[in-house]
Design a protein around this ligand. Structure first.
Ligand code: IMP
Ligand code: MG
Length: 185
């Protein structure tokens, strides 16, 4: 049997819970309240980048009480390890012109910052009414390009994290909390 599918070795990789379901819920409520206030009576579109942000988007959008549209994008990054600037190709785009919307990018994690910096550049060039970034997690210690989210729900140290949409080799996305991944065998 594939060791990745063995429940015992699967569980062993979950080193410790970093952020609980309740902590995530509480922060979502706080940040959604700010959005409800700030974007009242404004055309709003929440855009998230698949796959990592799908769980956060599902919970975050349900905490929003004002009218809003939901859209998804998919981006693929190609990086030379020696390069500090990257290349991002949009493999699935928003099916709509965003010129008449206030757009909020709803992201899972900002690590090196390269993906989001490029995606923000691409979306800005389409002239939305406004563009801001709300990220579930921020790992500032790992940044390779200058990039800051407008709002980060949690700032974490340099751990590789799994759960709540975040994966390791496509596994663990369905954990309801955020955990540190264990590199040990
Ligand atoms: P970037 O390095 O900021 O461009 O982040 C690119 C993508 O890497 C993120 O959107 C995540 O999907 C993924 N990523 C970065 N750090 C982690 C992590 O700790 N766990 C799981 N995925 C991560
Ligand atoms: Mg992502």
């Amino acid at each position: 049997m594939n060791t990745a599918l063995c429940k015992e070795s699967y569980d062993r990789k979950i080193k410790r819970v970093l952020i609980t379901e309740q902590q995530i819920k509480d922060r979502i409520k706080e940040v959604a309240a700010q959005v409800n206030e700030e974007y009242k009576s404004k055309p709003l579109m929440l855009v998230s980048i698949l796959n990592g942000a799908f769980v956060f988007m599902a919970d975050f959008c349900r905490a929003i009480e004002i009218p809003c549209e939901i859209a998804f994008m998919k981006a693929k990054s190609y990086y030379d390890t020696t390069e500090s600037s990257g290349n991002v190709t949009i493999t699935m785009d928003i099916p709509k012109d965003i010129a008449n919307y206030n757009v909020i990018i709803v992201e899972d994690i900002i690590d090196t910052g390269r993906t989001l910096k490029e995606v923000v550049g691409i979306l800005k060039s389409r002239n939305p009414l406004s563009l801001s970034v709300i990220t579930l997690l921020d790992k500032p210690a790992r940044r390779l390009v200058e990039f800051e989210a407008d709002t980060a729900l949690f700032t974490i140290d340099d751990y590789f994290v799994i759960g709540y949409g975040l994966d390791c080799a496509e596994l663990y996305r369905n954990l309801p909390y955020i955990a540190e991944y264990s590199e040990e065998e």
